[in-house]
Design a protein around this ligand. Structure first.
Ligand SMILES: N[C@@H](CCC(=O)N[C@@H](CS)C(=O)NCC(=O)O)C(=O)O
Length: 213
């Protein structure tokens, strides 16, 4: 398999797909395309006419969306282990991912993922705080429903990969979290795969001005 991603530093959707593959120790090559550089849009469109990363190539199959990549990996390579085994937890996990995929616009706009960024006292607007509160409610519900002291739904799942960029954002922008959720963030950050991603982001030199809020 080949996973086409954007910058490690900025590309949150790329991180989701990459982390899922890495955490489950699946074999894949990575092609990194530095976003918004000369020729990058054309190169991405040569794989995906929609012009977005991540893109997963598995032999002659192209999958061009992070959630669809998660579902494909779950079906074809994890035999269901990408989601919780319990149907009710699975429905909750899928809803959580769908909410991330289509929502939290205020958070995403005001606090773009920027792995190299570390600030304290970042000014948080009412709208962004509402998104953070909603995410905290959702994470608390997941942890309490699953009874997990590790990942959101017990074992590492697509949901943890989906929310990893939020963990990176909350940490980078110095957002104080309730103890139980901070502990969850710390566990995600401590994963060797997340440390690997952060190290790769540190090595990158490209700067996307719009993301440097
Ligand atoms: N819904 C898509 C979103 C993908 C997306 O927006 N990717 C961004 C990078 S994180 C991108 O390719 N941006 C390049 C561009 O818009 O030109 C997914 O989940 O894969």
């Amino acid at each position: 398999m080949q996973l086409i991603i954007g910058n490690h530093n900025y590309s949150s959707w790329s991180l989701r797909a990459w982390l899922l593959l890495r955490q489950f120790d699946l074999g894949f090559d990575t092609l990194r395309i530095a976003l918004f550089t000369p020729g990058s849009a054309k190169q991405i469109k040569s794989f995906n006419p929609a012009g977005k990363v991540p893109i997963l190539l598995d032999n002659d199959l192209t999958i061009w969306d992070s959630l669809a990549i998660g579902e494909y990996i779950n079906e074809q390579h994890l035999f269901g282990k990408g989601w919780p085994a319990d149907a009710r937890l699975r429905a909750h996990a899928r809803s959580s991912c769908a909410e991330m995929h289509s929502g939290f616009m205020a958070l995403r706009k005001a606090m773009p993922m920027n792995c190299r960024r570390h600030v304290d006292n970042f000014a948080i607007s009412v709208e962004v705080q509402q998104d953070i509160d909603r995410i905290n409610t959702l994470w608390s519900e997941a942890l309490s429903r699953s009874g997990s002291e590790q990942f959101l739904y017990g074992n590492f799942s697509i949901a943890d990969a989906c929310y990893a960029p939020v963990v990176f954002r909350l940490t980078g922008y110095g957002v104080k979290q309730p103890a139980q959720l901070q502990a969850y963030c710390d566990r995600i950050l401590a994963l060797p795969a997340c440390q690997e991603w952060l190290a790769l982001a540190q090595q990158e030199s490209e700067v996307i001005e719009e993301e440097e809020v």
